[in-house]
Each structure stands twice: as structure tokens, then as C-alpha cells.
Design a protein around this ligand. Sequence first.
Ligand SMILES: Nc1ncnc2c1ncn2[C@@H]1O[C@H](COP(=O)(O)OP(=O)(O)OP(=O)(O)O)[C@@H](O)[C@H]1O
Length: 332
Amino acid sequence: MIRLEHVTKKFKTKGNEVIAVNDVSLDINKGEIFGIIGFSGAGKSTLVRCINLLEVPTSGAVYFEDTDLMKADKKELRAYRQKIGMIFQQFNLLAQRTVLDNVCYPLEVAGMKKKEARERAGELLELVGIADKAEAYPSQLSGGQKQRVAIARALSTNPEVLLCDEATSALDPITTRSILELLKNINKNMGVTIIVITHEMKVVEQICDRVAIMSKGSVEEEGTVQSVFLSPQSETGKKLVLPEEKEPVSSPTKNYLRIVFDGQSSSEPVLADLILESNAKLNILGANTEDIGGSAYGQMLIEKPDQETLERVKNYLDKKKMSYEEVEVDRA
Ligand SMILES: Nc1ncnc2c1ncn2[C@@H]1O[C@H](COP(=O)(O)OP(=O)(O)OP(=O)(O)O)[C@@H](O)[C@H]1O
């Protein structure tokens, strides 16, 4: 649906040149939720601004379906931008307008009659679960409620694509989860393609189908969330999936088996079955699994048992198609 071909964006500053996006090629498919993840300064926001042509790439091409947007005239570009809705970390609501009027605003700009715009805005507020706040002002809302209004506003013009730039970064974990759930429903029920920019792996885990990992302007790694989560190949991927502070045990002193939970199963039955299957007491050195919608994500470290037990454990994990690695602790 959207194709980036060798997109580069350079900024000239006083006597200096910053390459914010460096030769990025990506294909975003219709109907998917695509994540772009990276640490601060990786170039994510600039890349997104290149996708909606708010920033014109220094070189490369951006295609929407078969249209080369770099060659599009003003009218074509306007039509393209209408197909793209956007939400931000800071919500960007108009403080002087009520919730309903915030959602009406893009419709009025697009020339819709006031009565019709209010009706449509009302339906959208219903859809995002905040119809009871229609007459409130943004300052009277919580962060999660503000983001719901921003989502309703972004959807008002029936976009085909929704760009979410760190949309949950200012929200607490529970509110984050509910906003991500809402985005997932919008994707599923309305068929809106969603592009999510984030620095948090848990956001990618919860809603994305595929992900690109960015560092220093380039895409270091790209793939399904499952494959990247299971075995990140790039340095940045490893840091994001297995951040140091999230290591279950900072420095285990015994050899261990690292078991990866990738969301296919819940950790509790796995653990119970493992113990039954191996017919031995297993010593858990640490775990940081997280239950997301009934599935476990994360990892667990188990002290390496004797060889016979280890084989039984590995057989069970192979049978369950779960990933693991044996780690020898360097005692030098
Ligand atoms: N208008 C600009 N002029 C000069 N340099 C810029 C401009 N916009 C971005 N940059 C630089 O480009 C690089 C990438 O910035 P960008 O904001 O795209 O990264 P990011 O991954 O979105 O980070 P963050 O999450 O912190 O916003 C940074 O080094 C930034 O300083």
C-alpha cells in the first residue's frame, strides 16, 4: 500500500549536515499494523513525516499504491493526505473547543455541513467510547480520554491509514493497553492500516503484525513481530527485546536455560507441564514474563539440570515449539 524506496532525508544545520533518515526501503501492506521502533533520535518521526510528505525526502521515492508521491501535484498530494490520519503523543487537541467540536473540526474544514459534521462526530465519539464527554473541554479529560478524542478526530475523514507517533508514550501501562486495544479494533473492524511509531517493545508486541527496527536513520532489521521477538538479529533489536534492566537475573552464577515466551502460550501451564514432563525439581533463577491477553511474553531462566533431565525439558520445549538457549556462565 505504501512503499518507501531508498528514502533519505538530510537536514542542513549551521555548517553541519544531519542524516535523519538514511536509505530506508519499506513496504507497508494494506490492512496490517506495522511498527517502527527505535531509540530516541533514530529517525522515526522524520521517517513518518516523509510518509505523509510533510517532509520531502532529499532522495528516494514514496509510493501510495501506484502513485509516485514525489511527482504528485498539489491536488494529488492533498487527496493523499486526506487518506492519512495522524495521532501524537501530546494529543494536539484544540483547548478552546469542546470534545465534539474538536472532532467536527476536520469535517468542517473539508466542507461538511455543521449538522452533518456533529452527527458524524457523535458516532465517532461513540465508537471510541467517550460519547459522554462530548461537551467537555480537553483540560477536563485524562490522557487516555484525550487520546480517544484524538483518534476519533483522526478517523473523522475516513482515512485508509492511521499514523500513530508515540501515541501511548504519555500514558500509564493500563491506559496504554486500552488505547492499543482500541487501535487494534479499528484495524480489524474498519480495515484501517496502522503505522505505529514507538520506542517501546511492549507496544509492538501487543498490536503489530510486522516491525522495522531503526537506528541512526537506517532500518537495521525488519520482520514479523514473532520472529524479531524470538531471535533479534541486530544490536538495536537485542537491546530492545532484552533490555539490560529487564534481565530476569542480572548476572546468574550458574549455567542456565533461557526459555522464550512469545505469546503462543500462557506461562503457567507450560511451567506445570515442564515439571511434570521432566519429573524433576527445576530451579527457576528468574523470570520476567508478562501476561498479555492470556498469552505470556518474556523469558524465564532455569538452572541447567543434569543432562538426562535437560534432555526431557528440551524435548518438551521442542514439542511445544518454544525457543530456548543454553547459556554457559563464564566463571573466569
Ligand atoms: N528539522 C530538523 N533539523 C535538523 N535536524 C533534525 C530535524 N529534525 C530531526 N533532526 C535530527 O534528525 C535525527 C532524527 O530525529 P527524529 O526526531 O526523526 O528521531 P526519532 O527517532 O523520532 O526520535 P524521538 O523519539 O526522540 O523524536 C536527530 O538527530 C534529530 O536531531
